[in-house]
Design a binder for this molecule. Structure first.
Ligand code: FE2
Ligand code: FE2
Length: 156
């Protein structure tokens, strides 16, 4: 599987989980916590794959325009990982505040996914080429397994 197809598959998983958590209300605290844990796990692994493997290759092969996209995308990751998600985890799942924060998380991630899929990934295909993306996809699959295993060990 090439790197872009793998990342797009993750996007579908995350979008599905976000739709599920958005459909909950303050009477389903347990379900919210479970879904939030899953979202966090998926995002942590996905973001690591992008930042360790695709993004550096993209920046290196690109020019100024790609460098700009690289920093913008990293900034969006940082907003979610170090601000929105940690705040949401501290929010009581049986509160209305939780719903508001979920909505913002969902909007941020959907916007980010949209930009990756319509701007960065087509550009990456262009400048990196199919063969290179295949190689990166192989690296990603190995790294994905390692990261998931280590997160599951931590959670256990
Ligand atoms: Fe991303
Ligand atoms: Fe992504």
């Amino acid at each position: 599987m090439n790197a872009i197809d793998l990342l797009k598959k993750d996007h579908e998983t995350v979008k599905h989980l976000l739709a599920q958590i958005s459909a909950t209300n303050d009477t389903s605290a347990k379900k919210r916590t479970e879904l939030l844990d899953k979202i966090e796990m998926e995002l942590t692994v996905h973001t690591a794959l992008e930042e360790e493997i695709l993004y550096p290759a993209f920046k290196q092969a690109g020019k100024k325009q790609e460098e700009k996209m690289y920093f913008e995308a990293k900034e969006e990751h940082r907003t979610v990982d170090s601000m929105v998600l940690p705040d949401l985890k501290k929010t009581k799942p049986d509160s209305v505040e939780f719903s508001g924060r979920v909505k913002v998380l969902k909007e941020l991630i959907e916007h980010h996914i949209e930009e990756e899929e319509t701007e960065m990934f087509p550009d990456a295909l262009n400048i990196l080429g199919k063969r290179h993306l295949e190689e990166l996809g192989v690296q990603m699959q190995t790294r994905q397994k390692e990261l998931k295993a280590s997160l599951q060990r931590k959670a256990a």
